[in-house]
Design a protein. Structure first.
Length: 280
């Protein structure tokens, strides 16, 4: 049994999407992070709903998240694009923030591509670059599987589909896209980290820091889905650049990444689906 219930509301959302898009399972789900929502415009034959049209979505919003679900096709694959996500700093539990993943799974998705904006800690992760998530540090003080039935004791040692990284990096390099593999640290927020905290995160092995994505990745693995995480470096982490951190700046820089992110998603679709890569 899932904590908090709400299965009837989730099933109602599934029925609405299937009514407009048919019962055929979707190929993958895509969650777009802060400032990255413009990629939804690349979806072909898209049908779109505001999150508020579905009672299963929490009634909360964050600047830079349009809070819309678009169903359509992207380079020949049926895709669900979640234009905005939920965060624990909004007063939600880790389980509540995973609603997009749970809905995508209910609509047949067996792969999740999770994106977010991060602060770069590693010296090479400067604004404008992307990080392929190889592993994470969950420092948010909660786990989306807390209270879950079944077997919540899942192995996360190979959570992210890192076998795709070498081919993806080689595939996008001719487009001038700088892609690096690294470890993501997830903290609660909403305040940015202090310079002392960033130094501690570096000592723990983090290459970048954010306030999102990790609960979604854990839930996707629990549901048997393949997971790829792509982080866009919107700023250097606190104390590493001498500049004050500002959410509006994060959104502005994120919007500049639309073209590069589109190239990577196109490449990832081809590699992920045509190479027989694992989904678990």
């Amino acid at each position: 049994m899932q904590p908090g219930g709400g299965e009837d509301k989730l099933l109602a959302a599934v029925e609405t999407v299937q009514k407009h898009c048919g019962p055929r399972p979707f190929d993958f789900g895509l969650v777009l992070g802060s400032g990255l929502g413009d990629i939804a415009a690349c979806v072909e034959s898209g049908v779109s709903w505001g999150y508020r049209e579905f009672s299963c979505f929490p009634p909360l919003t964050v600047a830079g998240h349009a809070c819309r679900l678009t169903a359509g096709s992207f380079h020949g694959r049926r895709v669900l694009v979640f234009q905005g996500r939920y965060h624990m700093y909004q007063g939600l539990t880790a389980w509540q923030t995973t609603l997009p993943v749970r809905l995508a799974h209910a609509l047949g998705c067996r792969r999740m591509l999770l994106t977010n904006a991060v602060g770069g800690i590693h010296s090479e992760l400067v604004p404008g670059r992307f990080m392929f998530i190889a592993d994470h540090l969950n420092l948010q003080g909660d786990n989306p599987l807390r209270g879950m039935g079944g077997n919540p004791f899942i192995d996360l040692s190979d959570l992210y589909a890192t076998e795709l990284f070498p081919r993806l990096r080689a595939d996008v390099q001719p487009s001038g896209i700088m892609l690096q593999k690294g470890v993501l640290a997830a903290v609660v927020g909403p305040s940015y980290e202090t310079p002392a905290e960033v130094r501690a995160l570096k000592q723990l092995g983090a290459d970048a820091v954010s306030m999102s994505l990790v609960p979604e990745a854990i839930m996707a693995r629990y549901l048997g889905m393949g997971v790829v995480g792509l982080s866009f470096v919107s700023n250097r982490a606190a104390g590493l650049s001498g500049m004050r951190l500002c959410h509006e700046d994060v959104l502005t820089v994120g919007r500049s990444a639309t073209d590069d992110l589109s190239v990577m998603i196109e490449s990832l679709c081809r590699l992920w689906f045509d190479s027989g890569s694992k989904t678990k």
